[in-house]
Ligand binder design. Structure first.
Ligand SMILES: [Ca+2]
Ligand SMILES: [Ca+2]
Length: 216
């Protein structure tokens, strides 16, 4: 019994709930995808958070609506809505009508489509504040404030899907992971479109491998 209690205490001590963005690079003028990552010990089904972006960086809009993509961790009837507040924060609210939990215990929950205009300078940060999550029992959890670091990429490079400044085999796996899961923690879509046909698919992987075979 003592062993069981000790094990349960250890489990509770290691419990973690985090909602955050990864550090990433971006090039002025570039549009890219960055995932909001959730590490959750609890069975969450809904959240509210405030996204605070630096000058020159914004979320892509379509018909006045901010573009967020829900990942496969979300139930099919999950909804996300957002609004730019007077204080400059972009408040996001997401909920599920059937009150089902997110699947898995870590990884991308929401993908943001970000664009950096020519006025963007780095280093910069994105902050996530006022993050409240609700579990399937209706209990509310306050998650810690988070921020990520953004560095400037001097130029876009075809094939550099992970945006580390060089083209290598890790970019191949980055694109394959993206094709399999629909998202990556940070993904340079235009770089990943190696053959520049407007879509990222398996032909870009083939072209990237051809490039690696021929490069020095
Ligand atoms: Ca790379
Ligand atoms: Ca392509």
């Amino acid at each position: 019994m003592l062993i069981m209690i000790t094990a349960l205490m250890a489990l509770n001590a290691s419990a973690i709930n985090r909602f955050y963005l990864p550090d990433f690079t971006i090039c002025p003028g570039e549009t890219m995808q960055v995932a909001m990552l959730l590490d959750n010990d609890s069975s969450f089904t809904a959240f509210q958070t405030d996204l605070i972006l630096p000058h020159g960086l914004s979320v892509v809009q379509d018909d006045g609506e901010y573009l967020f993509d829900l990942t496969g961790r979300n139930p099919s009837d999950q909804t996300i809505i957002s609004k730019l507040r007077d204080d400059g924060a972009l408040r996001m609210v997401s909920f599920c009508l059937s009150v089902r939990p997110y699947t898995g215990k870590n990884g991308a929950l929401v993908v943001i489509n970000l664009v950096a205009d020519e006025t963007f300078t780095a280093p910069a940060t994105i902050s996530l504040k006022n993050s409240f999550f609700a579990d399937v029992d209706g209990d509310e959890f306050i998650l810690p404030e988070e921020s990520c670091s953004i560095q400037l990429l001097s130029q876009q490079v075809k094939g550099d899907a992970d945006g580390d400044g060089s083209v290598e085999i890790s970019d191949v796996t980055h694109i394959i992971d993206y094709l399999l899961t629909g998202c990556q923690s940070s993904f340079h879509t235009e770089n990943a479109d190696v053959n520049a046909d407007g879509v990222v698919d398996i032909s870009d992987v083939s072209d990237l491998i051809d490039f690696l075979l021929q490069s020095n």
